[in-house]
Design a protein around this ligand. Structure first.
Ligand code: PRT
Ligand code: ZN
Length: 286
């Protein structure tokens, strides 16, 4: 039995639960309960505050956990036992940025020399400032960091930014990105039987992730266009080609990556492809 820590209620919760569902792991999560046992996979879920997850994993209360990379980067050095990132999960993307009141002259990170900076992430900020040889006063506060300059607590802040609207509405401008973050799966060193369950869980997570980053594509093409089309559609191994009832025409099936998708579609049309269908993939196992 593997114990998996998930944020109880917050920005990571919904997508963490959705990921488990996509991995085919079912369980009943009822309201305020702190634990849930999966029906069809040897895991038990613990629902915790995100800040507590690294420590619970390090201490062995949980075996693995889903947290924001910013949380593990912040707490890593204070943990008694080693905890590692074993999988990047691609959701809850955000960045930790430095911001100053709009209108403050700012040309480089050296403008922060000797300034007071408010943050909830003192360790990440300290490392960033050290790599740039900046000496600044770090004021650790646990919430509402964005109001620190307006109440005279600091000249700059270092906080999580996603859309940027919080900074904007507080009259702040983003000046440096300190850290890029996404949800990650963390783990401590595990016994062989638990490691086997983690490997299976990672295999499922990777199959789900790969499927999200690729599309299944079906198109019709005249035989003379096939060499060019095959070049554009490498697929998992190579595209499937089947003849149509109309002679000289073929159906081509393949897989295309999401990020180059539109570019490839344009080139396929130029190469003579017709009737292009694009279908989402549910799982992709290599
Ligand atoms: O209660 P618990 O301690 O479990 O949760 P929490 O309130 O500490 O964390 P939560 O749920 O807010 O965030 C969990 C994780 O989500 C964080 O550790 C990040 O990895 C990630 N994440 C992604 C974010 C954001 N986006 C985000 N926008 N965490 C916080 N914010 C906040 C930010 O602090 C700022 O106040 O949203 C504001 C900025 O958002 P924009 O869109 O206005 O730029
Ligand atoms: Zn928290």
């Amino acid at each position: 039995m593997l114990r998996v820590a998930i944020q109880k209620s917050g920005r990571l919760t919904e997508e963490s639960l959705e990921l488990m569902h996509e991995c085919g792991i079912d369980f009943a999560k009822s309201g305020g309960k702190l634990k849930a046992l999966a029906y069809n996979f040897p895991v038990e879920f613990l629902f915790l505050r995100d800040d507590d997850i690294p420590e619970y994993v390090a201490d062995g209360v949980a075996d693995v956990g889903i947290v924001g990379e910013n949380v593990i980067a912040e707490e890593h050095s204070a943990l008694q036992q080693p905890v590692e990132i074993i999988e990047r999960l691609g959701f809850s993307r955000c960045r930790l940025s430095l911001a100053v009141p709009r209108g403050t002259p700012y040309s480089s990170v050296h403008d922060l020399q000797g300034k007071r900076i408010a943050t909830s992430f003192p360790n990440i900020l300290r490392r960033f400032l050290a790599t740039h040889n900046i000496c600044a006063e770090i004021h650790e506060i646990s919430g509402s960091v964005e109001i620190a300059p307006s109440i005279g607590l600091a000249e700059a802040i270092c906080d999580i930014v996603s859309s940027g609207s919080t900074l904007l509405s507080n009259g702040l401008q983003e000046v440096e990105t300190v850290f890029h973050s996404e949800a990650v799966l963390i783990a401590r060193p595990l016994s062989a039987d638990k490691q086997k369950i983690v490997d299976d869980l990672r295999f499922r997570i990777q199959s789900v992730g790969r499927a999200k980053h690729n599309k299944y594509i079906i198109l019709n093409a005249p035989s003379e266009s096939l060499p060019a089309i095959i070049q554009l559609l490498p697929g998992i191994k190579s595209p499937t080609i089947t003849p149509l009832a109309t002679s000289g025409w073929n159906a081509v099936h393949s897989v295309v990556p999401e990020d180059t998708f539109w570019e490839i579609i344009g080139k396929l049309k130029e190469a003579g492809a017709k009737g292009i269908l694009v279908v989402p993939i549910e799982k992709m196992i290599l």
